[in-house]
Design a protein around this ligand. Structure first.
Ligand code: MRU
Length: 357
């Protein structure tokens, strides 16, 4: 997608270096950062220079490439894999990508291992782009249906950033929106600010602006009243891990939006590539929910009067704060899942029909 009219992907590999857009600096600074070592890749994931489930997976895949360039030794690779998997616990795409890389590299001679690793990491990215595009085309039908009935702007609420910045291109939740916009369907997006890191304001609104899509940032608690007033036609969110029974783990606050949507009969969709499905865990209580540093709540970063990035404290110094990063929306509140293979009920039978696992 575009930034200032120029097409970008969120990650690419060039001259043995991984290039990323440093998302901690957006929307105020657009900086392309070089990752040159496995440590750089792990820190980029931990510090959320890259974030969003599919992009975390892609970064982990390129992390393995960087580890091989650094030290083509089995024990170094083993340690790197371990550190990568522990860098952020909730998005299943991370483990999915690492497992896929290891499977591809198993039994490959050491003189060929780098070439195989680069090819596989590139392939993970290409596949994600195709899947996200298909998610968009499948979700487009839902937006079109609402538009054909309403014959007016379709108001869509989204939470956090499941946009192209969270993937390689297109996004998951935003892909149907981009496709609708390209088709000339008028859409307006309510972008939940998404405290504490403000991915909705800093990333979703930013990327929609760059594509010329009308959007309004709202405080996280505003969605309920907008739904009561009939100002939300549908919600679409992304996910970091969806269980085979259709339970959806996503950015903290998603659950409350789903409850409000359910109470107001607003359809609530979750968009995801199959790399986000966890086929193993059966109970949502087993999902590792990341707890991040409470400083993300107590401090806030923005531009000062001179246009410099500045971090300030907003909470009382003596107060404790707690920062759970994800929650789980039970399948019963999810209208449907939008995947690369089609739209299905959020249930074991719905997913089975599409994925035959
Ligand atoms: O903590 P983040 O910014 O990585 O959380 C991102 C989300 O919650 C997204 O909705 C999710 O990863 C889906 S990305 C297509």
């Amino acid at each position: 997608m575009r930034i200032e009219g120029k097409e970008y992907r969120t990650i690419w590999f060039e001259n043995n270096v991984v290039k990323i857009i440093d998302q901690t600096k957006l929307p105020h600074q657009f900086i392309i950062k070089n990752l040159k070592s496995i440590k750089d890749a792990i820190n980029a994931i931990k510090n959320m220079e890259v974030r969003g489930a599919p992009l975390i997976g892609a970064t982990a895949a390129y992390g393995i490439v960087l580890a091989i360039i650094e030290n083509n030794d089995q024990s170094f690779l083993k340690q790197s894999v371990n550190d990568l998997i522990n860098s952020r616990p909730t998005a299943i795409n991370l483990k999915w990508a690492v497992d896929r890389m290891l499977k591809r590299l198993s039994g490959v001679n050491s003189d060929k291992i780098l070439e195989f690793a680069i090819n596989e990491a590139n392939e993970i990215c290409e596949e994600d782009i195709v899947f996200c595009e298909k998610i968009g085309l499948n979700g487009l039908k839902i937006i079109e249906e609402i538009y054909n009935k309403k014959k007016d702007t379709v108001n869509i609420l989204t939470h956090c950033n499941a946009g192209w910045l969270a993937t390689i291109n297109w996004g998951t939740a935003t892909s149907p929106i981009y496709h609708a916009h390209k088709k000339g369907i008028p859409v307006h997006i309510w972008a939940d600010e998404t405290r504490p890191r403000n991915q909705g304001a800093n990333l979703t609104s930013y990327e929609l602006n760059e594509e010329g899509i009308e959007n309004t940032i709202i405080a996280d608690n505003t969605g309920g009243i907008l739904m009561q007033r009939g100002e939300v036609d549908m919600c679409i969110v992304g996910t970091d891990r969806t269980l085979s029974n259709g339970d959806v783990c996503n950015k903290i606050g998603t659950y409350l939006k789903a409850l409000a949507a359910h109470d107001n009969r607003v359809p609530f969709y979750v968009a995801l590539p199959s790399s986000t499905i966890d086929w193993n865990i059966k109970n949502y209580k087993e999902i590792p929910i990341e707890e991040r540093n409470s400083e993300e709540l107590s401090h806030i970063e923005g531009l000062d009067e001179n246009g410099n990035l500045k971090k300030i404290q907003v909470y009382p110094k003596k107060s404790k704060a707690m920062n759970l990063a994800f929650d789980v929306t039970p399948a019963k509140y999810v209208t449907a899942l939008i995947t690369e293979k089609g739209v299905c009920e959020a249930s074991s039978s719905g997913l089975k029909k599409l994925f035959d696992k």
